[in-house]
Design a binder for this molecule. Structure first.
Ligand code: HEC
Length: 143
């Protein structure tokens, strides 16, 4: 038992626990970055002001939907009126087709998919959606 093995062991054990928690958070960002590369980077840049086929995702966490003025959003996403909270991003990443109906059209607000500009099937594994969210948070949030 740890307690009977002296303070050194207890301290060592505590450091291990703290260490692995920190590592786990870093891993999620790394894993998320790889997933982003694979599934999002063809259309999205994370650089501020760089819009490609999709809008820049710099500071996306906390940003209002369709808020980059220079980007030509669909009417649908402009009408959604939502903020990209962590929860909304996670729901989108899990199941864009049904939860959000279409990419950028949120949660039953719109009956039809108007002006879909992409197809993304969503992550079946919630851990992948969480990892991408962690990655997006690591590149900046909008207060
Ligand atoms: C095939 C291209 C494509 C892929 C792949 C793609 N997106 Fe998009 N994304 C777009 C387009 C285009 C828009 C703008 C939608 C509109 O105007 O209706 C968009 C919009 C968004 C928005 C809303 C941005 C805003 O300013 O409101 C978020 C968030 C987003 N994408 C995240 C992601 C993430 C994360 C991935 C990867 C898991 C991803 N997208 C994959 C093309 C893509």
């Amino acid at each position: 038992m740890y307690c009977s093995m002296g303070q050194g062991v207890v301290l060592f054990f505590a450091l291990c626990v703290i260490g692995s928690v920190v590592l786990a958070a870093e891993d999620r960002v790394t894993v998320g970055g790889k997933l982003f590369e694979e599934h999002c980077s063809a259309c999205h840049s994370i650089e501020k002001g760089i819009n490609e086929f999709g809008p820049s995702l710099y500071g996306i966490v906390g940003r209002h939907a369709a808020s980059i003025q220079e980007y030509g959003y669909s009417a649908a996403i402009k009408a959604s009126g939502i903020v990209w909270t962590e929860e909304n991003i996670k729901r989108y990443l899990r199941n864009p087709q049904t939860e959000i109906r279409c990419h950028g059209v949120v949660m039953g607000r719109m009956k039809e998919c108007l002006g879909i500009k992409m197809s993304f099937r969503g992550f079946a594994d919630p851990k992948e959606a969480d990892a991408v969210l962690s990655y997006l948070k690591s590149i900046g949030t909008t207060p």
